[in-house]
Every structure is written in C-alpha cells, then in structure tokens.
Design a binder for this molecule. Structure first.
Ligand SMILES: Cc1cc2nc3c(=O)[nH]c(=O)nc-3n(C[C@H](O)[C@H](O)[C@H](O)COP(=O)(O)OP(=O)(O)OC[C@H]3O[C@@H](n4cnc5c(N)ncnc54)[C@H](O)[C@@H]3O)c2cc1C
Ligand SMILES: *[C@@H]1O[C@H](CO)[C@@H](O)[C@H](O)[C@H]1NC(C)=O
Ligand SMILES: *[C@@H]1O[C@H](CO)[C@@H](O)[C@H](O)[C@H]1NC(C)=O
Ligand SMILES: *[C@@H]1O[C@H](CO)[C@@H](O)[C@H](O)[C@H]1NC(C)=O
Ligand SMILES: *[C@@H]1O[C@H](CO)[C@@H](O)[C@H](O)[C@H]1NC(C)=O
Length: 382
C-alpha cells in the first residue's frame, strides 16, 4: 500500500496539465497511465495528416506557451513535441503500464483506496490517496455503433483511432461512417490517396472553415452567443452554399450554442466539401444492412466495399472503475454538473478534461483543481 497525497489517473494532456499545476504549487502527486507512453491518444491513435483544429491560442496548457514560430494551426508532431517539452519542464514522471481498476472512498478515514494493475509484471499496486483526479479522458474507449450484419462483413473494418493514412487504400472502395471532424478529414485523406470514397452522414452538421471558427471564438468572448452564431452561419453559408442537396443539413441551433449545450463541435472543412461537390466523395444515408461486402443504405442505395472506417467517436470509461464517485460522474463516465461546476466532487474527487472543451477546457480544469487542492491542504493543516 503506497500512501500518496494526490493520485492522477491518466497521463494525457489533462493529467499532465494537472501535474504541472500541482508542481507549481509544490504539491506532491503520483500520476499513473495504462499505456507505455504519455498522451498515447496523440502518439499512437491519431491519423498522420492531423493538425489541431483550433488556433494555437486556444490550445495551450497552463504555464507554458508555444514557441513564437509555432504555426497557427499546429501539426500533430509539433503538438507532441510541445508535450515532450512540457513533461521535461515540469519533470513529470508518469508510472506507465499501470491501469487503475477500482477506486473506493473510505468515508471514515477520508481517503481514496485505489487498486491498479501493473501490466508489465502482472502485479497489483494499491494506493491510498487523499485526493483523486480522474484524467482518463472523454476518449478512453472506441465507440462503434451496432450495425446489422457488421459481424459478417467480409472486408476490413477499423475504428478511426487505428487509421493512419489513405495510402494503403488506393483503388479500394472505402466507406467512412461518421461526419465529425475525424470522419470528414479521413474521407478527404482517402479520396486524395485515390480510394473510391463514400461517407455516411446521418445527422445535421455545421460545416465551417477554421478561420470562421477562429473569428467566432474570438468574438464570443465579448458578444452574445446568438449574435456570433448568426454571423458565423451566414459566413459559412456564403462560403459553402446550400449543402442540403449533397445530403448535408445544417442544424437549427447555431454551432456555438450546440457546442456549449452538448459539446458537439462544428466540422472544420479541410477540403472534403469540394470533393463532395465534385462527386469524388459520395454521401450516403444510414447503413441498413451489411451482407458480405455489400452495404445497403437508407433510400435504397447499395454498394460493394473493401473497408469501413468507423469515425464514430469515443466514450469515457471512468464509470467502470470509479466507485462512490456518483456525485461527480454519471453512468456514462461524464460529469453530472454542468460547466463551469463540472470538475469537482464532494470527497476530494476531481475530474480534468471532461468539459467537452478540448485543450482550453483542460487548462481551466487543471488550474481549478490544483488551486482547490492547495486550498484544502491549507485548511486541513490550519
Ligand atoms: C482526433 C481528435 C482530434 C482532436 N483535436 C483537438 C484540437 O485540435 N484541439 C483541442 O483543443 N482538442 C482536440 N481534441 C480533444 C482533446 O483535446 C483531446 O482528446 C485530448 O487528448 C484530451 O486529453 P485528456 O488528457 O483529457 O484525454 P486523453 O488524451 O485521452 O488521456 C487520458 C489518458 O488516460 C489514460 N487512461 C484511461 N483510463 C485509464 C485507467 N483506468 N488507468 C490508467 N490510465 C488510464 C489513457 O490511456 C489516456 O492516456 C481532439 C480529440 C481527438 C480524438
Ligand atoms: C510502446 O509499445 C509499442 C507497442 O505496443 C512499441 O512499438 C513502442 O516502442 C513502445 N513505446 C515505448 C516508449 O516503450
Ligand atoms: C513490478 O513493477 C514495479 C514497478 O515497475 C516494481 O516496483 C516491482 O518491484 C515489480 N514487481 C515484480 C514482482 O517484479
Ligand atoms: C451472420 O452470419 C451468420 C452465419 O452465417 C448468420 O447466422 C447470421 O444470421 C448473420 N448475421 C446477420 C445479421 O446477417
Ligand atoms: C465507387 O463507389 C460507388 C459507391 O459505392 C460505386 O457505385 C462505384 O461503382 C464505385 N466505383 C468503382 C470504380 O468501383
């Protein structure tokens, strides 16, 4: 049994940011990570051509700016370099290959009892922590929807977290399922590598440019959200025209309203729309059935496909190991309380990186959590 003051679960950007904020306040902590490196989502599970979708001023972690010559839209490799520098600067030493399997709060003795498995040597590690920070991410497990016949699909089926580049799909018939940022960009990547590409777009989506979003994010700090939503939708309509005849509907609510209500991001176009308009990427409705290589869609279309890429998002898994945390997280492992009160539970329990607000939200959470822990330590000793 190891006695620690603060235990951070997860060494992605949120765990690292919390670690940095704690060390700035000279508060000791231990940070554990199930994989063999920090930020594995970025190092192992993102496609090659990815750049941060938001401008760099919205993507900084606390206490460290990007070098001045960093491009506005940061490539994946530059972001990973920034994380490496961050880890070095704050001397963060995650304990890798350590999976937290359960956390129970001991009400009488007022500490978290945490059981972790060391996957390297198959041993159990027990921690006793005064404070517990859940930083295991909104993207902890792949989400693949139930599709009738998928188990009998005779082509290759992968999740977007395993997709690297379209280079291996040249000349193949490929279907992308999901029309968020990943799905739209992967479709573009496939088509530009010569794959015969189709994309399933099931629900309405706001298509924007990165410049329009950057302008909106800047304006929304000062102007009413409704006004900004009206403005960016007008600009996007001017830029893209009416996309409904291509099967892309615009939601009734504005992009910033949707983002703040349910965390759904607008799609930032990387060139996909142009390929859809040219017919290089075909838009399909929902899948109704899969048989062999044949996939049937709503409205009676069907096609033969060699591969399916599910860009259908991720889910949290914190609910599977966090016991007595129901004041903080719901049964889906997401915060119960709304932003900006989402990060703090009752029993010295916190979550970082669950506000559906990307890296900017992570930076806010990390600072709030470290300051609150400091405050609690002071009032315990005073
Ligand atoms: C494709 C994609 C693009 C994105 N682009 C942007 C962008 O441009 N700008 C932006 O602001 N945001 C972006 N995001 C959103 C967000 O910033 C990232 O997902 C970010 O990595 C979230 O950081 P995190 O630390 O909360 O979660 P993660 O990076 O997922 O880190 C959580 C860590 O916890 C570990 N873990 C989970 N369970 C356990 C356990 N039981 N025990 C031990 N360890 C555990 C995981 O292995 C993981 O390393 C993007 C997300 C995706 C998926
Ligand atoms: C992590 O594991 C992968 C294989 O899953 C391996 O390729 C990689 O080199 C390892 N990284 C580190 C830092 O050990
Ligand atoms: C397992 O690994 C941990 C940490 O890496 C180490 O402290 C422990 O001694 C190891 N146990 C065995 C049985 O090798
Ligand atoms: C998948 O194939 C199995 C065995 O051939 C069959 O029993 C099952 O009904 C098929 N599933 C679907 C959804 O078609
Ligand atoms: C490309 O995919 C579409 C949609 O599935 C299909 O109709 C078409 O025949 C495919 N083209 C080739 C050359 O395979």
């Amino acid at each position: 049994m190891e006695d620690v003051l603060v235990l951070i679960v997860g060494a992605g950007p949120a765990g690292l940011a919390t670690a940095a904020c704690l060390s700035q306040l000279s508060i000791p902590y231990v940070i554990v990570e199930r994989e063999n490196c920090s930020a594995p989502l970025w190092r192992k599970h993102m496609y090659d051509r990815l750049k941060l979708h938001l401008a760099k001023e919205f993507c900084e972690l606390p206490h460290m700016s990007y070098p001045l010559d960093t491009p506005t839209y940061i490539p994946k490799s530059t972001f990973i370099k920034y994380l490496d520098d961050y880890i070095e600067c704050f001397q963060i030493q995650p304990r890798y290959l350590t999976v937290v399997e359960s956390s129970t709060y001991d009400i009488d003795r007022k500490y978290w009892s945490v059981v972790a498995r060391d996957i390297d040597n198959c041993t159990i590690v027990n921690y006793m922590a005064k404070f517990l920070v859940v930083a295991s991410g909104e993207n902890s497990a792949k989400n693949i929807p139930a599709v009738p016949g998928l188990e009998n699909f005779t082509g290759v089926s992968i999740h977007s977290s395993s997709y690297k580049s379209g280079i291996t799909y040249s000349g193949r018939n490929v279907l992308v399922v999901g029309s968020g940022n990943s799905g739209m960009e992967i479709a573009y990547d496939l088509a530009s590598h010569g794959a015969n590409t189709s994309i399933v777009i099931r629900s309405p989506v706001h298509v924007m440019t990165k410049e329009i979003i950057r302008l909106g994010m800047t304006l929304v700090r000062r102007l009413p959200m409704k006004m900004v939503d009206g403005l960016v939708v007008m600009m996007a309509n001017f830029k893209f025209g009416d996309l409904s005849r291509y099967g892309i509907m615009r939601p009734k609510k504005g992009p910033f309203a949707l983002k703040s209500e349910n965390g759904r991001s607008a799609v930032i176009d990387v060139g996909t729309i142009d390929l859809i308009k040219k017919g290089n990427i075909k838009v399909q409705g929902e899948i109704t059935k899969i048989k062999g290589k044949t996939i049937e869609f709503q409205v009676g279309n069907e096609g033969s496909f060699d591969a399916i890429v599910f860009a259908t998002g991720y889910k949290s898994t914190a609910n599977m190991w966090l016991k007595n945390g129901d004041d903080l997280l719901n049964t889906e492992g997401l915060p119960k309380k709304e932003f900006p009160d989402h990060w703090k539970g009752e029993t010295m329990l916190y979550c970082a990186g669950f506000a559906r607000r990307g890296l900017a939200g992570i930076a806010m959470d990390a600072k709030n959590i470290a300051n609150d822990i400091k405050h609690n330590i002071e009032s315990m000793s005073g």
